[in-house]
Design a protein around this ligand. Structure first.
Ligand SMILES: [Zn+2]
Length: 307
């Protein structure tokens, strides 16, 4: 399963407008609240433990004890009958070191946390991180500059001056493997450590289809011409608000040239070598992205002959 996918919550979007229902669920002792401190989720248990930590879903009164009076709170959805919220406790100095949290758990950077918890908890972290991050960065109206207010349990902001509405953003990114015969194209970003190669990627631009973005990015970054583009899978990537759209593209030839502004190197990876690398063999000092990244799953699908 691709990390950040498979969110188990029923988003129950119709409840976002029901203020009375939200208020009663927010006080209901059987509801669950995930405190997020400076975009880091709470994990239960000590920082150093071999066991898989559970997500820090707390009873509302415990979570409220560490939050400021106006702490932003978002309705994430329903887990059966239980309502699940995310609460921004960023105003606290370091709530992980003081009661009542010190004995319960600790805050952990979202990407690391998502790799430690179960897949379903990781998907909830992704939803909470993307939404709270958006609120933190959209306190002012991009149209008139006046302050905006959170509405609809966290799924809208409204400008108090010009009444413009703003909705949580999702930024589409294409990430793709060009394929030629038994090899796929991987690249090494200038910022990557030596030996690490990944799928090429880039933001979809206004007025572009996914297929057009894939063709443009492959041409810009590697000067490779491709024919058919096919969709493989998507991954929400909350850093801060991307949707990674994984694709394969059939290359016309193996002629490539790396865009020197972005990439240190591009190379063709033979299917057999990809399989051996994924099995853990050491070859040419090559490293592939870890399973948290959709690039890993694209390369794996290619290695296993799915494409
Ligand atoms: Zn405005």
């Amino acid at each position: 399963m691709i990390p950040f996918t498979g969110n188990p919550l029923d988003r129950a979007a119709e409840k976002r407008l029901d203020a009375a229902w939200l208020e009663s669920k927010r006080r209901d002792p059987s509801s669950l609240v995930l405190p997020m401190w400076r975009l880091q989720p709470l994990l239960l248990g000590p920082q150093r433990s071999a066991a898989q930590p559970a997500l820090g879903l707390l009873r509302p009164e415990i979570a409220d004890a560490i939050a400021g009076p106006d702490a932003p709170c978002i309705f994430l959805g329903l887990d059966g009958e239980q309502a699940v919220f995310a609460l921004d406790v960023s105003q606290a100095d370091d709530p992980g070191t003081a009661p009542p949290l010190a004995a319960l758990g600790h805050f952990r950077e979202a990407r690391a946390a998502a790799q430690m918890v179960s897949a379903r908890d990781g998907a909830i972290i992704g939803q909470a991180k993307a939404l709270l991050d958006w609120h933190q960065r959209h306190g002012f109206c991009p149209r008139c500059g006046a302050p905006t207010q959170m509405m609809d349990a966290g799924y809208r902001r409204l400008c108090g001056k010009c009444n413009a509405e703003h909705f949580p953003r999702v930024d589409p990114v294409v990430i793709m493997l060009a394929i030629h015969d038994q090899a796929c194209l991987i690249g090494r970003n200038k910022q990557f450590p030596p030996g690490l190669f990944s799928a090429l990627a880039g933001f979809v631009e206004p007025g572009e289809t996914i297929e057009e973005a894939v063709r443009r990015e492959l041409m810009e970054e590697a000067a490779v011409k491709v024919g058919e583009v096919t969709y493989h899978a998507t991954q929400p990537w909350p850093f801060p608000s991307s949707l990674m759209i994984g694709c394969f593209a059939q290359a016309h030839s193996r002629q490539v040239k790396a865009d020197e502004n972005e990439l240190a190197e591009v190379r063709w990876l033979e299917r057999r070598v990809a399989r051996e690398l994924l099995e853990g063999k050491k070859i040419d000092g090559l490293n592939l992205p870890p399973p948290i990244a959709i690039a890993h799953h694209l390369i794996k699908a290619f290695a296993m002959g799915e494409k």
